[in-house]
Design a binder for this molecule. Structure first.
Ligand code: SF4
Ligand code: SF4
Length: 292
């Protein structure tokens, strides 16, 4: 089973849930797909055994073959190509902005002159290792790069189907989180009971329903804020899988990179129960209720 852990906004405790869940059950692989700010490694201290380049294929344009027809510019959804057509005063020119290129390959595919080839541009790295019995993989986007999805896709290539896979997704509801949660069997949405938390939870719920991914909610710092999140989940038939009350000790342990279950061993049973809740929900009629 592949479980993603996501949140509509940052700072809700998503990584805490992913890491403590991974530490509480057996035969686990954890993929940290929050490639702009991967910090699961701070809690798990994995021994890194391998490193690979993460890249996107970008076009290389042969100006000898190019006739400056502009087809590549027309098909580029990301405005990564500008073409100055030939005229009496100029032989034409073509400009390529590599930072805007998403590596979709359309320009190469559609160039009528076969003037476009591809080369790989490194945009980050993938590191693989082990944290005790946990198989660990994370991606790190290079500083200044904006293209998280290709790195996330490359991290997900290492999914080990013989294990329970936990994916720590990026926060939000944009392309990176969609890339991370797509294809997972269940998504745990971590939230907090504040107006911002609820607003972003609603967006995340909408995204899960569009993607048809089964999901449930964990409410972190559940004793702060108000009861509107609980009410929203009740009204929407969304299962609350776990509630974690605010604790200064937990906050302090987080800032020191210590998993909750190391400081409070009694939490291990609660995370095992969280896993049971997820597996039970997968096998019941919640899907129909949540998708409606
Ligand atoms: S489609 Fe090909 S020939 Fe036309 S401008 Fe682009 S690279 Fe040049
Ligand atoms: S590969 Fe795609 S995104 Fe990149 S320049 Fe070509 S058409 Fe644009």
């Amino acid at each position: 089973m592949i479980i993603s852990v996501a949140s509509g906004k940052g700072g809700t405790g998503k990584t805490t849930i992913a890491v403590n869940l991974a530490l509480s059950i057996s035969n686990v692989q954890l993929l940290d797909c929050d490639v702009e700010e991967p910090n699961a490694a701070l809690f798990l201290n994995p021994v890194i055994a391998g490193k690979k380049s993460a890249f996107i294929p970008i076009p290389v344009i042969d100006k000898e073959k190019c006739v400056y027809c502009g087809k590549c510019r027309e098909v580029c959804e990301y405005n990564a190509i500008a073409v100055l057509p030939q005229s009496e005063q100029s032989k034409g020119n073509i400009l390529f902005f590599s930072n805007l290129c998403h590596g979709c390959g359309a320009c190469q595919y559609l160039c009528p002159e076969n003037a476009v080839t591809e080369r790989n541009r490194e945009i980050g790295i993938i590191e693989l290792g082990n944290a005790g019995d946990i198989q660990f993989v994370h991606g790190k986007l290079n500083i200044g790069e904006a293209m998280a999805p290709p790195v996330i896709r490359q991290v997900k290539q290492y999914i080990n189907p013989t294990r329970t896979v936990i994916i720590d997704a990026p926060p939000g509801t944009s392309c990176p989180v969609i890339t991370a949660v797509r294809g997972t069997d269940y998504c745990v949405l971590v939230t907090e009971p504040t107006p911002f938390g609820l607003n972003d939870l609603k967006l995340a719920v909408e995204a899960m329903r569009k993607l048809k991914i089964l999901f449930g909610v964990v409410i972190n710092r559940c004793d702060l804020g108000d009861d509107k999140t609980e009410k929203y989940c009740r009204d929407e038939n969304i299962s609350i899988l776990m509630r974690i009350p605010f604790s200064e000790e937990i906050a302090r342990s987080y800032s020191k990179g210590e998993p909750i279950i190391k400081l409070f061993p009694e939490y291990k049973d609660r995370f095992i129960q969280l896993f049971k809740n997820i597996t039970e929900e997968r096998g019941t009629g919640w899907k129909e209720k949540q998708m409606c």
